[in-house]
Design a binder for this molecule. Structure first.
Ligand code: ADE
Length: 250
């Protein structure tokens, strides 16, 4: 089995690039694809850059050029529910493009041709993603993440949830914008900028997908500061352990 692993930013996947054995790299377009063996699995790892087009292009290259059998998208997200805290983990059950509006010709949020608004992740991979995340949160995370970084992010005991993720080409930091999204999607867990576009490409090619998101901010006025701190200091510890757990399970 060959798995494609995508992160929007280098920081989100750096540890697994470094851990890959017999690693080779190839540049295609503006992106670098790292191939190697991770936990006994054949893996191709790339960071896409932010946004739906960048991530869709990366997914298409992994599928068409590298013929991957499955894709894992890993990275950070903004919380869309007051019950969620920085450090919590969301496993996508469904993904929607919140900025797609072809109405009145097609229903709002529906992808023309496919006739789908909500893309589902693969049930088997999702199950493995949940187990991988639960194993991480039940371990002693203070062994890998410095105490002052945990304190700065107010992380005590992270929790794992599954549900709806909304993606759009917009970093959400305005509570009014977030409130509108939560009103439109009452089951929304978090917002990010890549998941639903990768899900559309995977759907078009019938490639199973898992999406794991770690809450870096609350999509509010402090989102940019909290996001930057989390990406620079914390996400690498989550990615290293959770992606390893995931690959061992699939
Ligand atoms: N990824 C992480 N935080 C985000 C936010 N607040 N909006 C969009 N994408 C994000």
């Amino acid at each position: 089995m060959r798995i494609g692993i995508i992160g929007a930013m280098y920081e989100e996947i750096a540890p697994v690039i470094n851990d890959a054995e017999n690693r080779t790299r190839k540049d295609i377009g503006i992106r670098t694809y790292h191939s190697g063996s991770l936990c006994g699995k054949d893996a191709v790892i790339a960071f896409s850059g932010w946004g739906k087009v960048a991530s869709a292009s990366t997914a298409a290259t992994l599928i068409v050029h590298y013929e991957v059998d499955a894709i894992l998208l890993f990275g950070v997200a903004g919380a869309a529910s007051p019950n969620l805290n920085v450090g919590d983990i969301i496993i996508a059950r469904e993904l929607i493009q919140h900025d797609l509006d072809p109405s009145p010709i097609f229903p709002k949020y529906q992808v023309p041709l496919l006739g789908i608004s909500r893309f589902e992740t693969d049930a088997h991979l999702r199950d493995s993603a949940i187990k991988a995340a639960e194993k991480f949160v039940s371990s002693d995370i203070s062994k890998s993440i410095a105490a002052d970084n945990l304190a700065r992010c107010h992380i005590t005991k992270p929790a794992v949830y599954q549900g709806l993720i909304a993606s759009g080409d917009q970093f959400i930091s305005d509570p009014a914008v977030l409130a509108k999204l939560c009103g439109d999607f009452t089951d929304l867990k978090c917002v990010e900028m890549e998941g639903a576009s990768v899900a559309q490409v995977c759907c078009e090619h019938k490639i199973p997908l898992a999406v794991i998101r770690v809450i870096s901010d609350k999509a509010d006025q402090s989102a940019h500061e909290n996001f930057s701190f989390f990406v620079s200091n914390v996400i690498n510890h989550y990615s290293q352990e959770i992606i390893h757990n995931f690959l061992t399970l699939i």
